[in-house]
Every structure is written in C-alpha cells, then in structure tokens.
Design a protein around this ligand. Structure first.
Ligand SMILES: Nc1ncnc2c1ncn2[C@@H]1O[C@H](COP(=O)(O)OP(=O)(O)O)[C@@H](O)[C@H]1O
Ligand SMILES: O=C(CO)[C@@H](O)[C@H](O)COP(=O)(O)O
Length: 476
C-alpha cells in the first residue's frame, strides 16, 4: 500500500527517566510534533506512572491524526499482573540490584555460566527479568502467588493503549524485548519453560512474541498498534543501523550494541545475545552508570552540566592521573552490584575542578570503551560508532569519545532515536511494507587522534589496574 501524503505515525520511548513521544510523517520520518514527561526516580516504579507520563506527553492532541503507534520501552522490568490483569506490585526495573543473589543462584542451579550463555544467550545478572521473578519467590511469595502473567514495560504500555482503545486481544511482546527476559532465547526463538520452572517452580502467562511488523492490535478508533520493542532495539531501528555500525548510548544506562548476523554466547556474561527488532540479532553490553555520572560530577563540583563540560575541556587528557571508577549505582558490567564509585590517584598537584570534571567524563567513557572491546571480542565488526543518548550532547564527552573508542564516532543530529525507531516500525506495520528509509542526519563526525593512542593506552591501563586492584578483574 503506498504511503499517502502526510500519513502520521507515532513512536514512544518509555525509558527509565522519562516518556518521550514523537509524531512523524510516515514517508519521510520528519518529526512534526513531540512531547515528553518525566518518570519518578528509583529502581522500582508502579506501571501506572508510565501511563500518567504517556498521557502527559501526548496531551493537547499530540496524537491527533496519527494512524499507527509503537512503544519502545526500558528493557527487563518485571510487570506482574493478577487474574484481573491488575498490577500486583510496583515493577522492579532493570537497574534494581536486589536480585543479584538470585542471579548467582540461578547460574549455579542451571549448571554454570556456559550453559546459560549457550542455551539462553544471557548469563543472569540482577537486571534480567528472570532474576527478579526468583527474587519475588524468595522475598514476596504472596506477590508471586497472585501473579498470573508477567510482561515487560513496553508490553504493558502497548496493552494499555489497546485496552483503553477497546482493542486489546491478549498481551504481546517482540523478539527484541523478549530476549532480555532470561527465559526467551534469541538463538532458538522460543520461550524456555524449563528456565521459568527453575526460577519460580511453575509457569506464568507470558506475552505472545510478535513478528517485526505484526500488529499487536487496532483500537476502536482505528489506531494500528505495532509490536513495539525494547529501547535499545528501538534505537537501532531509529538509526537505521547497518552491519559494521556500533552504538554507544549514554542515557540512564550506558549501552554498547551492534547489529549482528547470529546469536552469540559469551560465558563471561558481559555481552548479552539479544535479538533486534528486524528478525536479526543485537549483541549488547549495558552499564548502570552513564549520563548520571556526569550529573553526580556536576553536583560534586556545585556546577551545571554546561560548566562541567567547560571544566573537563580545560583539563589535559588523563586528568593529571586522577581516575574515577564510576560504579556509583553499583555496576552491571562488570557485574559488581554492590560496588561504589572510587576516586583514585589524587595528589595536591592534580586536585583541581578541571581534573575532577575530566576524570568524571573519562571514567564513565572508559567503561563504555571496555564494552566496545567486549563486542569486538565476540566477533562483532565495529567500523563506525554512533553516539546517542542524552549525554551525547556533552562537548566533553564528544571530545574524549573518539580517542577512547579508537574509532570514528558519528553523533547523529539530536533526536529521540528510540521513539523514532518505534515510529518507523509503526509505519511499516501500518503499510505492510519493509521499514521506510528515513534520513538520519549527522551532527558531528569525530576522528580519533592518531597521536593519542599512547595516551589512550595509558588511560585504559590505569583503569584496568584500578579495577583489578579493587575487584581482582582485568576486564568487563
Ligand atoms: N548536555 C548534556 N550533557 C550531559 N548530560 C546530559 C546532557 N543533556 C542531557 N543529559 C543527561 O541525559 C540523561 C537523559 O538521557 P536519556 O537518553 O533521555 O535517558 P533515558 O533514555 O535513560 O531516560 C539525563 O541524565 C541528563 O542529565
Ligand atoms: O537494561 C538495559 C539494556 O539491557 C537498559 O538499556 C534499559 O533498557 C534502560 O535503558 P535507558 O532508560 O537507559 O534508555
């Protein structure tokens, strides 16, 4: 079906800190309207807060004339539903680390990390839904008793749009988000009932996994609701990711991911074998500490983010030997859920606001440089790095990234790429076509400084030594 003039589609990014909505021309991807609203802070949130933010972000007729919508959402969150499809308890989010002991138990009970990596594609850490279900059985058995169905944040919001539009026909999800549960395998394309049985001793209702452009339903008013996906899979759609591209996303989470042509099996647990939203694969590594390390650094210095940028750029690379290991919220990769941040190498000579600002930026990005190396170590080709997420707007981040990643870094024009990817999926679902070709403009191209390789090696080595000293581990 040809795209009619100015058919409008909408994409949602219901992420950790906020809900962002874009309304786009289905043919060109031009953003004609957009809205946003904040989510409460914290590592567990009642899903009703996501609906409240969605309604605020779409207020004032934002969705008027929209023919199709899709939801990109923060991955892994455990949304538990009772017999009446009501929420049993607030959702534990991807960044909640209370299920870290449960992750360790599940690794042992299945027979070790290698079995998880090959049979499931992920090695449990606190972020994954399966560990949160085990936590529920261990800590709130009465809540688990009441749980008939478990869905993910994007599934729940998709279902609310349909329910409130008289179009709901059962819970749905997609391959991308399903692959982050720990009980659906990107390699086999199936749910793993034995893993669920291991985790909680029984089955629970799970959403139907839709194809890449298989509609979740249509509301009574005719709005087509596309399958949606996890936020990182949505970003890959929004960027039009090609083989050889890697993405570094600096939002609440820091993620490094790339399109790949096969499932991977990393028994170190660093790289998760996720599926993407097109039928392919999206190996991904995530950190708990990204944009908010900069916010914390600015707070320590008593300055705004713009001043943190200026200070960091005024310091010499290497911050005079000052290092900040950025595990401020614990850390997921490396799997150090109880870790804290560490400032190291402090001397009277380097104790300046500029060096502290620089160490905040270098420390945060060094963790992501490790992530890129871990992707490369899994055979993923990295020829170009696309830098997105809120903190990609930072001039200091841009200045440090290319040298530290040792690759060309392209910064796409400022945009909500998760929501754009969802809108692109909505367009394809509406029209029954392949994904439309939408232009992604580039804001900056940053080349690594060949003269910086020695300095980069020193910095990476310094951080590896500090991590090894504190946590007896050389890499992620
Ligand atoms: N210019 C900037 N410099 C540094 N950090 C920034 C800048 N602009 C926004 N941020 C940070 O980006 C984060 C929001 O990014 P976003 O990708 O929307 O997060 P999420 O998708 O996880 O909700 C916030 O923590 C904010 O402080
Ligand atoms: O856990 C992961 C990926 O495995 C995170 O990327 C979450 O999906 C949250 O994303 P943001 O809110 O940071 O966009």
């Amino acid at each position: 079906m040809a795209i009619q003039r100015e058919q409008l589609v909408a994409g949602v990014d219901s992420s950790t800190q906020s809900c962002k909505v874009v309304v786009c021309d289905a043919g060109t991807g031009e953003v004609v309207r957009q809205g946003r609203a904040s989510h409460p802070d914290g590592t567990e949130v009642h899903p009703s807060e996501w609906w409240t933010a969605y309604e605020a972000a779409t207020a004032g007729g934002l969705l008027d004339g929209v023919s199709a919508i899709a939801v990109g959402g923060q991955q892994h969150g455990m949304v538990t539903l009772d017999d009446a499809d009501e929420v049993v308890r607030p959702a534990l989010l991807w960044n909640d680390t209370r299920s870290a002991p449960d992750a360790s138990d599940l690794i042992d009970e299945l027979g070790g990390a290698q079995r998880w990596a090959t049979e499931v594609g992920v090695v449990p850490v606190a972020s994954f839904t399966v560990t949160k279900l085990r936590w529920l059985r261990r800590c709130e058995p009465e809540s688990l008793e009441r749980t008939r169905t478990c869905v993910l944040p994007h599934d729940w919001l998709t279902g609310q749009i349909l329910k409130r539009g008289d179009g709901f026909d059962g819970w749905t999800t997609d391959r991308g988000d399903a692959s982050g549960t720990g009980y659906w395998s990107a390699g086999s394309g199936d749910y793993l009932p034995d893993v669920l049985d291991l985790a909680i001793g029984r089955q629970v209702g799970l959403p139907r996994v839709l194809g890449p452009t298989e509609a979740a339903g249509r509301t009574g008013s005719g709005l087509v609701v596309a399958p949606g996906t996890g936020d990182n899979m949505g970003a890959a759609l929004g960027l039009g990711l090609r083989p050889g591209d890697a993405v570094i996303s600096l939002g609440t989470s820091g993620t490094a991911f790339a399109r790949h042509d096969a499932a991977i099996a990393d028994d170190s647990g660093a790289v998760a074998s996720f599926a993407d939203a097109t039928g392919g694969f999206l190996p991904l590594l995530a950190t708990l500490n990204a944009a908010r390390v900069l916010t914390a650094g600015a707070s320590m210095l008593g300055v705004e983010l713009a001043e943190l940028d200026r200070l960091a750029l005024a310091a010499e690379p290497g911050a005079g030997g000052l290092s900040l290991l950025p595990y401020l919220d614990g850390e997921r990769t490396p799997n150090l859920p109880t870790a804290t941040g560490t400032l190291s190498g402090l001397t009277r000579a380097n104790a300046t606001p500029e060096n502290l600002a620089r160490a905040v930026v270098e420390g945060m990005l060094t963790n992501l440089a490790e992530a890129l190396d871990a992707l490369r170590g899994q055979g993923v080709r990295v020829e170009r790095v696309l830098l997105i997420g809120g903190a990609a707007a930072s001039a200091a981040v841009r200045s440090v990234a290319a040298d530290l990643f040792e690759a060309e870094v392209q910064v796409p024009a400022a945009g909500e790429y998760v929501a754009l990817g969802a809108a692109r999926q909505a367009a394809a679902t509406l029209l029954g076509t392949d994904l439309p070709e939408w232009e992604v403009r580039t804001d900056a191209v940053l080349e690594p400084d060949a003269a910086a390789s020695e300095r980069t090696a020193e910095l990476r080595g310094r951080y590896a030594d500090l991590r090894g000293l504190l946590y007896d581990r050389p890499g992620p």
